[in-house]
Design a protein around this ligand. Structure first.
Ligand SMILES: Cc1cc2nc3c(=O)[nH]c(=O)nc-3n(C[C@H](O)[C@H](O)[C@H](O)COP(=O)(O)OP(=O)(O)OC[C@H]3O[C@@H](n4cnc5c(N)ncnc54)[C@H](O)[C@@H]3O)c2cc1C
Length: 572
């Protein structure tokens, strides 16, 4: 019997059933067809749409995407005509009978229960929004956003109830995107977040500019507080949202965006192994504990690419890649998932935040003792392109790397422009096991509108490499020891007068060589400036004149953010 081209498996007469028809499921089915014309493929989707763009939903609510049909990436007809794949919408898979290799399905419209046999089964059921068991959690004005019908319901609610005030619970990606989109519809927003910062996956000092930006755009931030209850007011319209600290906010609607939980009910019922974090356990080929059952997407636990720890990261890119890998495995190819880097980006009111790999906070949470001696970090605040070309916007980049071999471990960036591009480059560098020395050498595209001859990515590599080589050691604000260090401010007097680090001596860079004799040789000199560039020149000159000197990474700009994290009311 003929084998499928390049695949090691004869799939004649075999059936692939896929549960869930969006990111992971749809990409798995389509890839399987591209690898085999022999497989019979059926997708079961309990919702009314296959392959829709959940990532576009906030923008549909905000009327940026005006046509619902634009959210439909594919239709059952397209799957039929283009791929010879059958899609059964509004058909919910209720049970897996692993003894007989069958699933039980309920046709939601007719209520009919029926069974289908499988040779290979792929679970791509996604995740469901978390709804904590709080008083009033089922009130009609509380919404979650996962599907097109959810977004339609929110849009209808806004119009029918003439929504003027909304509370968003959760300051992650979806909460923030919705804050922008609801604001655009003229709704005033209070955002409640249990952590002391929005975007809890980022390091806190990195989100300070974003928090300022949200407030500047009228979003009322309530950080470090958790919702406790929702109460319907007597007018039948307003919901009172109470927090654990005793604050109350009135709202015409509430959006719950506090995260998602993997959909594991089918896997659990079938006795498929689950991981410690509550997701489906899979190997690198996306195979579950049952060898002919695969699982992909938000429902599975995967290894973190940098730390090797199991993790749950609900993102569309990994779900799509995992779908392809499962299809490869089913068709006899040997692809493997490399692990997840959690590369993500979010744009809110013209400000972009992006990250890849580990954050400092995550390393400390996993094992502070182990990682504290292993990593270092640098901050930089370059323009997104050369300053002489009109329209340069500043950005902040934080690079985390191994102290031992310079391997890049993580990066975060925030700014109005060019952030995604730098994080994408760094994401690829992490995936290829690159070091900060590789970043020094990276050849990236440049013309004045796009970057600089020394791109921010090169500069990040140069600062980190200089630190590792001992050419320009870096210091960090949080670890300055005043008893053994002498803090030197090399900015101009006017900058110094506008705010300085307590106890710092001001000698502008241009006067440093004349005044070096005033500086102590028995203490380490920690030099700082606005963003770390002039103080780099200063610390090099000091070193060459026999002083022990370090450069404060990120300068005053990073200090101000860090101070705001420690003292939220401080605007030094
Ligand atoms: C509002 C929003 C914005 C997002 N924005 C981004 C973004 O900008 N970038 C990004 O990377 N990620 C984003 N995501 C996350 C991304 O959409 C998910 O990570 C991705 O869709 C996961 O794919 P999946 O196939 O695992 O699950 P899903 O895409 O959720 O698909 C699972 C499907 O399975 C169906 N299903 C479940 N159980 C059954 C059953 N028993 N029988 C039949 N069908 C079933 C569900 O109805 C669902 O349609 C966003 C998510 C949301 C909700």
């Amino acid at each position: 019997m003929e084998r499928d081209e390049k695949s090691g498996r004869n799939l004649q007469g075999k059936r692939l059933l896929v549960v869930g028809g969006v990111a992971g499921g749809a990409s798995c089915a389509a890839r399987a067809r591209r690898l085999s014309e022999d497989l019979e493929i059926i997708i079961f989707e309990r919702g009314p749409y296959v392959s829709f763009a959940n990532c576009g939903l906030p923008y549909y609510v905000g009327d940026v995407i005006t046509e619902e049909k634009d959210l439909l990436v594919a239709t059952p007809q397209l799957f039929r005509n283009r791929f010879n794949i059958e899609v059964r919408l509004q058909n919910e898979v209720r049970m897996i009978d692993t003894d007989n290799n069958e699933i039980e399905i309920r046709n939601i419209a007719s209520g009919e229960l029926y069974r289908e046999r499988y040779d290979y089964l792929v679970l791509a059921p996604g995740a469901s929004p978390i709804k904590p068991p709080l008083t009033g959690i089922d009130l009609p004005g509380l919404h979650t956003l996962r599907t097109i019908p959810d977004s339609r319901q929110i849009k209808d609610w806004i119009v029918e109830r003439d929504v003027k005030e909304a509370v968003i619970v959760g300051g992650g990606f979806i909460g923030l995107e919705m804050a922008e989109n609801l604001s655009k519809r003229g709704i005033s927003i209070t955002l409640i977040e249990m952590a002391n910062q929005v975007m809890p996956s980022f390091d806190p000092e990195m989100v300070v500019p974003l928090q300022d930006h949200l407030e500047a755009n009228g979003v009322n931030l309530c950080l470090g507080d958790a919702v406790a209850a929702f109460t319907q007011q007597e007018d039948g319209k307003t919901i009172m949202v109470s927090t654990k600290s005793g604050r109350t906010f009135s709202a015409d609607m509430v959006l719950l965006a506090i995260g998602v939980r993997p959909e594991i009910s089918l896997a659990k019922q079938a006795g498929i192994e689950l991981g410690g974090l509550g997701g489906i356990r899979v190997d690198e080929h996306m195979r579950t504990s049952h060898t002919n059952i695969y699982a992909v997407g938000d429902a599975v636990e995967v290894r973190d690419f940098v730390t090797g720890q199991w993790t749950l990261i609900p993102l569309a890119g990994p779900a799509n890649r995992q779908g392809r890998i499962a299809a490869d495995g089913i068709c006899g190819r040997d692809s493997a998932f490399r692990g997840i880097q959690a590369t993500a980006v979010c744009r809110v009111f013209n400000m972009t935040m992006a990250s890849t790999g580990v954050s400092e906070k995550m390393l400390m949470r996993i094992d502070a003792d182990r990682w504290a001696n292993d990593y270092d970090k640098v901050y930089l605040h370059p323009g997104h392109h050369v300053r002489y070309y009109p329209g340069a916007k500043p950005m902040t980049i934080k690079l985390i790397f191994s102290k031992h071999d310079g391997k890049i471990m993580g990066a975060q960036a925030v700014g109005e422009e060019g952030v995604d591009k730098r994080i994408d480059v760094l994401a690829m560098a992490i995936q290829k096991g690159a070091t900060v020395y590789d970043l020094e050498e990276a050849e990236l595209c440049y013309a004045p509108q796009f970057g600089a001859a020394k791109d921010p990515v090169n500069i990040a590599g140069m600062i980190a490499s200089n630190a590792l080589r001992g050419d320009a050691a870096v210091a960090h604000w949080e670890s300055i020891d005043p008893s053994s260090s002498f803090v030197l401010d090399v900015r101009e007097p006017a900058e110094y007068m506008a705010g300085y680090y307590e106890g710092a001596l001001n000698i502008p860079l241009g006067k440093l060589r004349d005044k070096m004799k005033e500086l102590p040789k028995n203490k380490e000199i920690i030099a700082y400036c606005a963003v770390g560039q002039r103080s780099y020149y200063a610390s090099r000159a000091l070193q060459l004149h026999g002083f022990k000197a370090r450069n404060l990474s990120g300068g005053m700009r990073t200090y101000l953010s860090q101070r705001r994290v420690q003292k939220p009311d401080s605007h030094l």
